[in-house]
Ligand binder design. Structure first.
Ligand code: SF4
Length: 267
């Protein structure tokens, strides 16, 4: 197996004094590579990585236009007693300048708020750190029967929910909300004349986050129906008053023009 090669400069050894027979088998490595991919894609020899006794990986530039920065890696073994090297494998590996796909992210971590469509299901795992059992039931993972029993007991006791938000769930929600559009750093809050904590439209919530958050209940505000931090704010604050110079100016008395064609004829 060829190891992951990080940088050419710190892993490659080369030179005329290389004693390892495998390391010296450049021609054999190139011949195997050309046979595998054709001469048109093989560039110059870039060096080699000593994998261990009698085993080395030779690196060649890749001249294919679609693989700029990639390099061919040909692993060669020279078994003691043999008069010729053995080609182990030929692979194409990305170099430092290669364009590679971004790291794979499991679908569950890619889902963002707003991705769910009607009918979609997004199950929460049994060990989701945000949730804790409504009452303690031990550390063992629950099988289907146990889950059914927990639900039944929760229902019988009137607890309603099998699991509820735990400290981790509260902390994550608080961090997210505070840093979001309903927090103090939102542009609308930065320009607000006052904060939500003094606004008559702030609806208080219950629970441990009640000291920091509430719900905006002002139908004219951008945050209507959303969680806002107490130090959030907006221009629709209940106590906002316009400065005198911003108030509408009184209109002048209307002028009634009662001049008619008959009046004009008399002139
Ligand atoms: S109207 Fe504005 S200041 Fe009042 S609670 Fe809603 S967001 Fe906060």
């Amino acid at each position: 197996m060829c190891p992951v090669i990080t940088t050419l400069t710190d892993t490659v050894t080369a030179g005329p004094d290389a004693s390892d027979l495998a390391a010296a088998a450049v021609d054999a490595a190139r011949a195997a590579l050309v046979e595998e991919v054709g001469a048109g894609q093989v560039g110059e020899h870039l060096g080699h990585v000593v994998e261990g006794a009698f085993v080395a990986t030779h690196l060649f530039g890749c001249t294919s236009a679609g693989y700029v920065g990639w390099r061919w890696a040909v692993t060669v073994a020279h078994v003691p007693g043999s008069d010729r090297p053995t080609i182990d494998e030929v692979v194409l590996l990305p170099g430092d300048d290669a364009i590679v796909a971004p790291p794979w992210v499991p679908y569950r971590e890619r889902i963002q708020p707003g991705d769910l469509s009607p009918g979609d299901l997004l199950p929460v795992s049994d060990d989701d750190p945000r949730l804790v059992p409504t009452y303690a039931f031990g550390d063992d993972p629950l099988d289907a029967d146990a889950k059914a029993q927990v639900r039944q007991v929760a229902k019988d006791l009137g607890l309603g929910r099998v699991r509820t938000l735990g400290q981790a769930g509260f902390d994550l929600a608080a961090e997210r909300w505070y840093a979001g559009a309903g927090g103090p750093a939102a542009p609308i809050a930065q320009a607000a004349p006052d904060h939500c904590y003094s606004c008559g439209f702030l609806m208080r919530i219950a629970g441990p986050l009640s000291e920091y958050f509430g719900v905006c209940a002002n139908g004219d505000a951008n945050d209507d129906g959303r969680i806002v931090s107490l130090d959030h704010g907006c221009g629709a604050h209940s106590e906002v008053r316009l400065a005198k110079r911003h108030e509408p100016q009184p209109l002048p008395e209307p002028v009634v023009d009662d001049l008619s064609y008959a009046d004009i004829d008399t002139f």
